[in-house]
Design a protein around this ligand. Structure first.
Ligand code: NAP
Ligand code: ZN
Ligand code: ZN
Length: 357
């Protein structure tokens, strides 16, 4: 959509990728003036999700530039629209992957706004901005304007920087663990110990499941145990992979790059489930025998709707679950991207937005 011209706008500054090279540079832009139900949020922290990198580099093939990534946002309400009821100035709040949806379709009416039938929800970045045209811009910035229905409550007592990653990595892992009933007596595998993976470990452990991390990085084994895993298996250690053959009830696959699904499907018990949450940009092949022989289920999952996301945030607050983070100034964001791609992050980078001011 082409930007529409109107008068009042809110001035914002952040970091944007200008093309598919994905290099982030300082960028000034405008956001819409508040509508009656909107809130203006001064952003304090924003997590860096691997999806930000996929989008900044157009790895999923549909990015529209400039891209201001960031959908793990925590901040304070700075101003509220005239009919905003849920939030007031000073409230501590979060914004995740979506900032709006049609609210009328059956998905929106059944707490599944992520599956909005009117062309999908309005994603926090790189979606059409319906009010002023152009694209939505995310949380690598000093402020954001969001309809209050898409804003989440955060306890002001929480460690706010470490809570930010829950807005995407938290909901994306809580949702399949809950749906597929991870719990006592279940052996849950977490493939990939990155941003999503390390939260999946904490959540599955808190649900009472036995948790085994499947990692390509032998240097993450100790951390896996510290984060709550019962064991960690290094992928490629054939003896170990053999030992765990046909033993998992559920595997949450968070891998961000191409991998052999069949090797992991072989680890499932009869009727076991493997759930893809990772979104590599290449196709993944499945041999029919990997599914058929063991009556296996291969499923996919993503973020939950707004109510489900709030439930996850409340659950994490109650159980003391936050992300293990490396807090960085925004000027280090390009370096952080390179380290994430190498699997060298423990376990989520979070941008301290005060570095923009
Ligand atoms: P991340 O922090 O980079 O973690 C990904 C981890 O995957 C890496 O740390 C690595 O763990 C493992 N990995 C990487 N390449 C691999 C390979 N070739 N084979 C096996 N494992 C590999 O990324 P993230 O932020 O957690 O995101 C993970 C993926 O989920 C991304 O594709 C992202 O776009 C997607 N995502 C999806 C949703 C959704 O709604 N479904 C939401 C958020 C993110 P080890 O070092 O332990 O091997
Ligand atoms: Zn994300
Ligand atoms: Zn809808």
């Amino acid at each position: 959509m082409e930007p529409k011209s109107t008068d009042a706008r809110i001035q914002s500054k952040g970091y944007a990728a200008k093309d598919a090279k994905g290099v982030l540079v300082p960028f000034k832009f405008e956001r819409r003036e508040l509508g009656p139900k909107d809130v203006l949020i001064d952003i304090l922290y924003c997590g860096i999700c691997h999806s930000d990198i996929h989008t900044a580099r157009s790895e999923w093939g549909r990015s529209s530039y400039p891209v201001v990534p960031g959908h793990e946002i925590v901040g304070k309400v700075a101003r509220a629209g005239a009919s905003a009821k849920r939030f007031k100035v000073g409230d501590t709040v979060g914004v995740g992957c979506m900032v709006d949806s049609c609210r009328k379709c059956d998905s929106c009416k059944s707490d599944a706004e992520y599956d909005c039938k009117e062309g999908g929800p309005v994603w926090t970045y790189n979606s059409d901005e319906k009010h002023i045209g152009g694209k939505t811009y995310g949380g690598y910035s000093n402020n954001i304007v969001v309809d209050e229905s898409f804003v989440l409550r955060i306890s002001p007592k929480a460690d706010l920087a470490a809570t930010a990653p829950l807005l995407c990595a938290g909901t994306t892992t809580y949702t399949p663990l809950k749906y597929w009933k991870a719990g006592p007596g279940q052996r849950v595998g977490v493939l990939g110990l990155g941003g999503l993976g390390h939260i999946a470990v904490k959540l599955a452990h808190s649900f009472g499941a036995e948790v085994i991390v499947l990692t390509t990085s032998s240097n993450k084994v100790e951390d896996a145990l510290r984060l709550g895993a019962d064991r960690a298996v290094v992928i490629g250690d054939e003896k170990m992979m053999q030992k765990y053959s046909r033993s998992f009830d559920l595997i949450i696959d968070t891998a961000s790059a191409r991998h052999d699904l069949n090797a992991f499907l072989r680890l499932l018990k009869r009727n076991g489930k493997m759930v893809l949450v990772g979104l590599p940009s290449t196709a993944l092949e499945v041999q029919p025998f990997s599914l058929v022989s063991g009556h296996h289920v291969l499923a996919g999952s993503g973020l939950d709707g707004i109510n489900g996301t709030q439930e996850m945030l409340d659950y994490c607050a109650e159980h003391g679950i936050v992300s293990d983070i490396e807090l960085i100034p925004i000027q280090k964001v390009n370096e952080a991207y390179e380290r994430i791609i190498k699997g060298d992050v423990k376990y989520r980078f979070v941008i301290d937005i005060s570095s923009l001011r």
